[in-house]
Design a protein around this ligand. Structure first.
Ligand code: TYD
Length: 210
């Protein structure tokens, strides 16, 4: 089972991931957690270029290619082997992030977005999440929650991040019909425990757990 958590910056992914890891452990399920981008030696270097180096100009297409490269390595080194050995894989972001941030929010056309999605699956060796939880949260609220120094992508401004939020909402509708896995848009504004209750409810039925 391959589970991904996605959503805008400040949508509360971090807390949900902690709850999820704990719950998977409690269920006695062997799981592997990875974050995208990063979590391989190559991916960590690419992550630094993408997020920590404000002086290097990176256009949206190059940005997409770098995220794809990091993800390809992550699938090769960690995700594919873990799935092959029957583990649950939990990932913080995946291909959907590239399609939304570098595609939709960066002004790509519908055709380009569809292409990004298609090319993206080549980089993941066709591996895509069985379940994707998208945390939906108004951009002003997300911005309030990001009460710390911002990285390169987080610094792109409210307008960009409003498009990110809209991109996720649209993706949830479009991909519900087209994606191979299931996609759930979860309201990320209530208290974290209430948000997790919803995620847990969905997981319990998918994994036959209490
Ligand atoms: P990270 O510190 O992991 O942020 P978060 O905790 O919000 O996930 O940084 C990842 C950043 O990179 C985040 O701003 C989203 C962005 N991103 C993309 O723009 N495209 C992508 O394909 C991925 C995976 C992330």
């Amino acid at each position: 089972m391959f589970i991904s958590i996605d959503g805008g910056d400040g949508s509360g992914k971090g807390v949900q991931i902690e709850f999820l890891k704990e719950w998977l452990d409690e269920q006695g399920l062997e799981s592997v957690f990875v974050r995208d981008p990063g979590d391989t030696p190559l991916g960590d270097r690419i992550r630094n270029i993408l997020l920590k180096d404000p002086n290097v100009e990176i256009c949206p297409k190059a940005e997409a290619a770098l995220f794809m490269a990091s993800r390809a390595q992550l699938v090769h080194e960690k995700i594919r082997p873990a799935l092959a050995s029957g583990k649950v894989v939990l990932v913080d972001r995946f291909l959907l992030s590239t399609v939304v941030y570098q595609g939709f929010a960066s002004g790509a056309s519908d055709e380009e977005i569809a292409e990004l999605w298609k090319i993206g699956t080549v980089f993941t060796q066709g591996i895509l999440p069985d379940l994707t939880f998208i945390l939906d949260c108004p951009v002003e609220e997300c911005n309030k929650r990001l009460n710390r120094a911002k990285d390169r992508i987080e610094s792109k401004g409210l307008e960009y991040h409003a498009r990110v939020a809209e991109g996720y909402r649209q993706a949830a509708i479009v991909w519900k019909k087209n994606a191979p896995g299931e996609v759930f848009l979860i309201d990320g504004t209530p208290a974290p425990e209430a948000v997790f209750k919803k995620i847990k409810g969905i997981l319990q039925t998918r994994l036959n757990r209490n």
